[in-house]
Design a protein around this ligand. Sequence first.
Ligand SMILES: Cc1cc2nc3c(=O)[nH]c(=O)nc-3n(C[C@H](O)[C@H](O)[C@H](O)COP(=O)(O)OP(=O)(O)OC[C@H]3O[C@@H](n4cnc5c(N)ncnc54)[C@H](O)[C@@H]3O)c2cc1C
Length: 385
Amino acid sequence: MIRDPETFNILRDTVRRFVRERLIPAENDVAANDEIPHEIVHEMRAMGLFGLAIPAEYGGLGLTLEEEVLVAIEMCRASPAFRSIAGTNNGIGSQGIVIDGTDEQKQRYLPRLATGELIGSFALTEPGAGSDAASLTTSARRDGDHYVLNGAKRYITNAPEAGVFTVMARTDAKNKHAGGVSAFLVERDTPGLSVGRPDRKMGQRGAHTADVIFEDVRVPAANLIGGKEGAGFKTAMKVLDKARLNIAAVCVGAAQRMLDDSLQYAVNRSQFQKPIAEFQLVQAMLADCKTDIFAAQSMTLEAARMRDEGASVTLEASCCKYFASEMCCRVADRAVQIHGGAGYMQEYAVERFYRDVRLFRIFEGTSQIQQLVIARSLIKQAQGH
Ligand SMILES: Cc1cc2nc3c(=O)[nH]c(=O)nc-3n(C[C@H](O)[C@H](O)[C@H](O)COP(=O)(O)OP(=O)(O)OC[C@H]3O[C@@H](n4cnc5c(N)ncnc54)[C@H](O)[C@@H]3O)c2cc1C
């Protein structure tokens, strides 16, 4: 749903210009230094990019999901690391509070997440619990008006930068399933919480992940999201429904950038005395990229509109995340191929994107997990549940 097309177009044009004039020229430095320059983070904050998905009453832009998806597509024409620094504040690092938080939790955290003064992270995955997230073993034991957390979380995006973590932990030791899990807001400087060294990854330099360790971390009971034990896994899944549509949009933006670069390369590179763009086998790769991108964009926008209208989109979000992330990797592969040897060289952005986008088929639920969500949902419908 686009509420006010005129205002929204101004935002979208501003983001488009920012990407072209500020982000794309800084990509090589970000990759070399593994860091987003502070001036750029500052400009992103001033533009409101940390609070796209946070309601206006808490200082965010309060975009609808369709609007947010369109902005994400624009942002991700530049290296995905730029979007990642603001991505958790708009997505998994804030939405647990937006969707299920108490008024007090919203007042306390959302305004600072909206400005980017505070970075939010989402800590679900553990060394022994990835795809089977409901088997997590981080424990939260009630002790007076606090909970005491113990355990370890793995590959947590923006952990090195985060000021507050949404942490899923088991409050009911006897219930080993999703119903025993609760979600907590844990502040970075709480004694006993430590963050490991940043992981050394295949790509996405400038975006950081790390382990987060909890050793007798005392968290006020007021920081239990929604004030209800046993609801944490449901909160996490609601957050992921929305996040999966955002990742699908990220994939569309990145794929569009790789196609733009490949098209430019194909019209400028000549072999056999003509531009390689005139060879039909190269044209087939360009056409397949465009078709893939158009399909992923259309389905993502449609699912975002459905969610804006209040529909449950668990199945559709999985379809979009699955198709768009697989599509993005197909486009990356063709983009490198169209560039030939140059595509294997670091001077060309497609070499970096090829590595960066590989992540999208893995995090926020692997492709196999999306297939399971889609199939289980269909089977449930067929069985009349
Ligand atoms: C860069 C990065 C950032 C991340 N950021 C975050 C974050 O911010 N917060 C967070 O909580 N987590 C984060 N993660 C973790 C991510 O969500 C998990 O890595 C992902 O869910 C997969 O879990 P796993 O790595 O344990 O793989 P596993 O679950 O061990 O999977 C290994 C393989 O087995 C397959 N598999 C597993 N179960 C099944 C099944 N039932 N049927 C078929 N195939 C199956 C998988 O699809 C995969 O191919 C991040 C990961 C990375 C790499």
